[in-house]
Design a protein around this ligand. Sequence first.
Ligand code: DGI
Ligand code: FE
Ligand code: FE
Ligand code: FE
Length: 189
Amino acid sequence: MKHKSAIKLAEDKLPEKRYRHSKRVAETAMDMAEIYGGDKNKCFLAGMLHDFSKYDELSEMYQYVTRYKLDPELLEYKSEVLHGPVAAVKMREEHGVADEEIFNAIMHHTTGRSQMSLNEKIIYVADYIEPERTQPGVDRIRDIVFEIQNLDKAVYEITKANILHLVSKDRAVYRRTLECLNYYNMVKE
Ligand code: DGI
Ligand code: FE
Ligand code: FE
Ligand code: FE
């Protein structure tokens, strides 16, 4: 897919604020690709399209999980966990985005997973640190990404913060989020 088509897809589908977030994730991911030797083209496309299904109907999302045989555990969660997997499938099945790494980067952008590829990790991290994010501790993660340049450590710290937050709100933690924590705890530094 051409950059222009991805921009148009996101712009036509998403509310203005979410479109602008997607654009910032695409730009942050391209900056990170420069530093870490990632694929700028894949990073741009995955960044622009990662939240494409953020506001899809929940019932439609469950249909995609079933029809495309995604992880059945996804049926225990809501759109916050489902929008990545559904967007990945829609891009592949309905918009001709055939690249497997873009598919995986969109699929896992919310939860992460163990053994992500470089470009998957870039999207996972870029979504968390794009310039308008203000969550506590985000500047420390930016330092780990841009100064210390330890991407696996950034993935670990983001996943840890996510899980601590979810547990503090008594929300369920998806299996892949936990697998991501354990894997990047082991491989960081
Ligand atoms: O779509 P964004 O707002 O840009 O960000 P995101 O896709 O990274 O996260 C969306 C939400 O998903 C966020 O509020 C935290 C939540 N989330 C992440 N991992 C899990 C989760 N929610 C549950 N219940 N379980 C998880 O493992
Ligand atoms: Fe998202
Ligand atoms: Fe995220
Ligand atoms: Fe996002």
